[in-house]
Design a binder for this molecule. Structure first.
Ligand SMILES: Nc1ncnc2c1ncn2[C@@H]1O[C@H](COP(=O)(O)OP(=O)(O)OP(=O)(O)O)[C@@H](O)[C@H]1O
Length: 447
C-alpha cells in the first residue's frame, strides 16, 4: 500500500458515523470486541452444558458401577481378619457315653448350611438393642450375635450339657472359637444383678482358669461366652474310650494336677473376695492340646445358687467324692488300699508307665491330706502346690507332718486307713525301688 492509500484509509476511518457521531474505527472496534465477547460467551455456555450432560450420564451409570465393584475396597480387604484354621483333630465326646474319638470331620461351625437341620433363624425374644457393648473386661454379646455364632443354638453345635445349662461350640464373626453356655434354671436374677456377678467372674484371669469372654442378657436368656478349650475334659480322657493305653502319661497327669491346683489356689488365695468353686470334678477340668488344665465353671455356684456368700458349708454334688457308688466311696476305697500297702494298685491300669514309687506315694499323701475328715486340717491350695513340687527334703518334712496328723486322726478314720509311721516308713524305704513293675488292680470306674 502506498503512502497515498494509507492516508486515504486513515481519513475514511476517521470520518464520523451516524452512530452517536462515533468515528468509523471506533464503531469497528466496538463491533469486533462485541463479537469476541459473544464468541467467548457462547463457548463457555457450550462447555458448561456439555459438563452437565456428562455428569448426568455418569449418575445414570453409577448403580451399574456399584453393582460390578467389589463390595469392599482393596485397603479394607487387606485388613480383614481371616479365621484361624479349624484344628484337624477334634475330640468328639459324648458326655454320657464317655467316648473319645479323633475325627477330622469339619467343625460344627463349618457344617453350617450343609443340609443341617439348623439355621440362623432369630429367636423369639427379639434381637433389638446394641449389637456390641464393650465392658471393662470383655463383651456384652447380643442374642443375634450368639445365634449367628452357634448356628442358631443348633443341636449339632452342642458339646455338652451340665447342671448349669447346655454348652454350644460357636465361631464369632471375627473367627474366634468360643463355648457358649446357655444357662437354664437360672434363678431369674434381675439383669443388673446378673451382670454384676458375671463381671466379677469375667475379671478373673489365670492360665489355669477358663476365661470368660463375655455374656448375653436378653429377655429370659442368660448366656456365658467362654474361650474354647480344644482338647476335651479330664473326665473324658480318664473314663472315655481311649484304647488300651491312655495318652495321659504320669507327667501329663502331674501337669494337670499342678495346673488345677494353681488355678484353684488363685481363686482361693489370689482374689478378694475369694472364690470357692464348690464343684471341682474331672468334667470341670478342661484340657488344651499341650495338656494344660483349665478349671471351668468357677463362680457359677454363686451366680446360680441362692446363697448370698461364696463361703458356704453346703456341698455341691460331686459324684464319687461325697456320694457313693455300689456302696463304695472313692475316698474310703483309696484309704483302704493305701492302708493295705496296695498303693500301686490304685494306679490307672491304662497308664503307659508306672510312676516311681516315691512320686506315687507323694501324690497319694497329698490327696489324702486334701480329704482329711477334719476340713480345717486340709492344706491350703498354695501348700498343695508346694507339696507336689517339693524336692525330697520337703517330702521328708511332709512325712513328718503327715505322721503327726495321722496319729491324731487315726480314730476318726475308723481304722480304715493307717497313714501311720509304718506306712510312711515304707515310703522311705521304697525310694530305692525306682520304676516298679506293672501290677494293677482294676478299680471301679470312678466319676
Ligand atoms: N470353654 C469350654 N471349651 C470347650 N468345651 C467346654 C467348655 N466349657 C464346657 N465345655 C464342655 O461342655 C460340656 C458341658 O460342660 P458343663 O460345664 O456345662 O457341664 P459339666 O461340667 O459336665 O457338668 P456340671 O455343669 O454339672 O458341672 C463338657 O463336656 C465340657 O467339656
Amino acid at each position: 500500500m502506498s503512502v497515498y492509500d494509507a492516508a486515504f484509509v486513515n481519513t475514511e476511518l476517521s470520518k464520523r458515523t451516524s452512530i452517536f457521531g462515533l468515528r468509523l474505527w471506533v464503531v469497528i472496534g466496538i463491533l469486533l470486541g462485541s463479537l469476541i465477547v459473544l464468541t467467548l460467551f457462547l463457548l463457555s455456555l457450550c462447555i458448561t452444558s456439555r459438563r452437565k450432560r456428562q455428569n448426568h450420564h455418569q449418575q445414570q451409570q453409577l448403580p451399574k458401577l456399584i453393582a460390578t465393584s467389589p463390595p469392599i475396597s482393596k485397603e479394607i480387604q487387606e485388613i480383614v481378619h481371616h479365621p484361624p484354621p479349624v484344628p484337624e483333630i477334634q475330640v468328639d465326646i459324648g458326655k454320657i457315653e464317655h467316648r473319645v474319638v479323633f475325627s477330622d470331620r469339619a467343625s460344627s461351625g463349618e457344617s453350617r448350611g450343609t443340609g443341617s437341620a439348623c439355621d440362623t433363624t432369630s429367636f423369639g425374644s427379639g434381637s433389638v438393642g446394641p449389637e456390641v457393648s464393650h465392658l471393662g473386661w470383655g463383651r456384652w454379646y447380643t442374642l443375634r450375635e450368639l445365634e449367628a455364632a452357634t448356628n442358631g443354638l443348633c443341636e449339632e453345635n452342642v458339646i455338652g450339657e451340665g447342671g448349669y445349662g447346655i454348652v454350644y461350640s460357636g465361631i464369632l464373626s471375627d473367627g474366634t472359637r468360643v463355648a457358649v453356655k446357655n444357662l437354664l434354671n437360672n434363678r431369674g436374677q434381675a439383669e443388673k444383678e446378673f451382670k454384676v456377678e458375671v463381671e466379677a467372674i469375667g475379671r478373673v484371669r489365670h492360665k489355669n482358669l477358663v476365661r470368660l469372654l463375655g455374656y448375653c442378657v436378653e429377655g429370659a436368656y442368660r448366656m456365658l461366652v467362654y474361650e474354647y478349650v480344644d482338647n476335651g475334659n479330664l473326665d473324658q480322657w480318664l473314663h472315655g474310650d481311649v484304647g488300651d493305653v491312655s495318652p495321659l502319661t504320669w507327667d501329663v497327669r502331674m501337669n494337670v494336677i499342678l495346673g488345677t491346683a494353681k488355678g484353684l489356689a488363685y481363686l482361693h488365695e489370689g482374689l478378694e473376695p475369694k472364690v470357692v468353686h464348690r464343684d471341682v470334678k474331672s468334667s470341670n477340668i478342661l484340657l488344651d492340646r499341650q495338656w494344660n488344665s483349665k478349671v471351668s465353671d468357677f463362680g457359677l455356684a454363686k451366680l446360680l445358687c441362692s446363697e448370698r456368700s461364696y463361703v458356704t458349708t453346703r456341698v455341691m454334688g460331686t459324684f464319687g467324692l461325697v456320694h457313693s457308688i455300689l456302696s463304695v466311696n472313692l475316698v474310703d476305697w483309696l484309704k483302704t488300699m493305701v492302708g493295705n500297702r496296695k498303693s500301686e494298685e490304685v494306679v490307672d491300669p491304662k497308664l503307659p508307665e508306672m510312676p516311681a514309687s516315691k512320686a506315687l506315694k507323694r501324690v497319694l499323701l497329698v490327696a489324702l491330706r486334701c480329704v482329711d475328715p477334719d476340713a480345717t486340717k486340709r492344706p491350703k491350695m498354695g501348700h498343695v502346690i508346694h507339696m507336689l513340687e517339693a524336692d525330697d527334703l520337703l517330702v521328708r518334712d511332709e512325712r513328718r507332718i503327715a505322721r503327726d496328723s495321722s496319729r491324731s486322726h487315726r480314730d476318726e478314720n475308723h481304722g480304715i486307713v493307717e497313714l501311720g509311721d509304718k506306712q510312711l516308713g515304707e515310703g522311705a524305704s521304697d525310694t530305692s525301688e525306682g520304676e516298679s513293675g506293672r501290677k494293677h488292680h482294676n478299680p471301679t470306674r470312678w466319676r
